[in-house]
Design a protein around this ligand. Structure first.
Ligand SMILES: [Zn+2]
Length: 265
C-alpha cells in the first residue's frame, strides 16, 4: 500500500483496488483533521467523546476530498457482529444508518462512500470490478472469529452475483500481533466456531496468546474463494505507529477512529 494525500486526507491506498480504476478507497491516518487531543486530529468516529461538530467536520473533509458529500458518507453502529447492510438503491437519508447495528456495508451505488471506523480492529475492503460492487467490513477479534470477512464475500456472491475470483480485497492497518495479547475467552470464541482460525494466535506465556488478526482475515478471504494475488494486506501496527494512527488499547480507550473507506466512481 502506498501513502497518499488527496485534499487534506492522508491515507494508505491499496494498489490492487486502485489499479481497477472503478473506485476510490483507502485507510485514513490521523493527520490534518480538526479534532483536539486525544482525538487529534482526523477523528472520523461518531461513537467517541469528541465534539460531534469536529467529527462532522472531519467526515465532511473526507467526503469532499473524494468529490462526494457528507450526506453520502455511510457508516453504521458497529457492534462486533456479522450483520451486513446492503444498499442497492439511492436513499434520501443515509444518516439514519448511523443507528443501525451491523459490521459491514455493501453497495453498488456510485458516489456513496461506505466506511468502517476503527482504532485497533481491522477494516477490510472488497471490490468486485466486474459487477461494480464494493464492501467495507469491521473485523475485530469477535468479528474475525464469527467470520465477517467470509460473510462479506458471501454477501457479494449472494446479493450481487459476484464470482469470488473477480473480487479484490484490501486488509487495512490494525493492531499487530506485536501488541495484541489475548486470553483464553478469545481463543474459546475462535474454537467454538470450529473454523481453525485460532491457529493465528501464537502461544506466549501461560494463558496468553498474540493474535494476528490480519493473517486470520487474509486466510478467511482465501477460504472464501478470493485468489491470493487478489488480496493486499497492510503490515503496519496501529499501536506501534502512534504518529499515524489511533489505537484504542494503546491510548486507554479515549482516542479517535481512523476509517477504511471505499466508493464507486
Ligand atoms: Zn505493535
Amino acid at each position: 500500500m502506498e501513502m497518499k494525500k488527496t485534499g487534506k486526507v492522508h491515507y494508505l491506498e491499496p494498489q490492487l483496488l486502485a489499479a481497477a480504476a472503478v473506485s476510490v478507497q483507502g485507510f485514513t491516518t490521523r493527520h490534518e483533521g480538526v479534532s483536539r487531543p486525544p482525538y487529534n486530529s482526523l477523528n472520523l468516529g461518531s461513537n467517541t467523546l469528541d465534539s460531534p461538530h469536529n467529527v462532522e467536520g472531519n467526515r465532511s473533509l473526507l467526503a469532499r476530498a473524494f468529490g462526494t458529500r457528507l450526506d453520502q458518507l455511510v457508516t453504521v453502529n458497529q457492534v462486533h457482529g456479522v450483520d451486513i447492510l446492503a444498499i442497492d438503491a439511492p436513499n434520501p437519508d443515509y444518516a439514519h444508518f448511523l443507528k443501525l447495528q451491523c459490521d459491514g456495508i455493501i453497495t453498488n451505488q456510485p458516489g456513496v462512500m461506505i466506511g468502517i471506523c476503527v482504532a485497533d480492529c481491522l477494516p477490510v475492503l472488497l471490490l468486485d470490478p466486474v459487477k461494480g460492487v464494493v464492501a467495507a467490513l469491521h473485523a475485530g477479534w469477535k468479528g474475525t472469529a464469527a467470520e465477517i470477512s467470509r460473510k462479506g464475500v458471501e454477501a457479494l456472491v449472494g446479493l450481487f452475483g459476484s464470482q469470488p475470483t473477480d473480487i479484490l480485497a484490501a486488509v487495512g492497518p490494525g493492531i499487530g500481533p506485536c501488541c495484541y495479547e489475548v486470553d483464553e475467552p478469545v481463543l474459546d470464541a475462535f474454537r467454538k466456531q470450529g473454523n481453525g482460525y485460532e491457529r493465528f494466535a501464537l502461544a506466549k506465556e501461560k494463558g496468553k496468546w498474540q493474535l494476528d488478526l490480519a493473517a486470520a482475515n487474509v486466510q478467511q478471504l482465501r477460504d472464501a474463494g478470493i485468489a491470493e494475488q487478489n488480496i493486499e494486506a497492510n503490515e503496519l501496527c496501529v499501536s506501534c505507529n502512534q504518529e499515524q494512527f489511533f489505537s484504542y488499547r494503546r491510548d486507554g480507550g479515549d482516542t479517535g477512529r481512523q476509517m477504511g473507506f471505499i466508493m464507486l466512481k
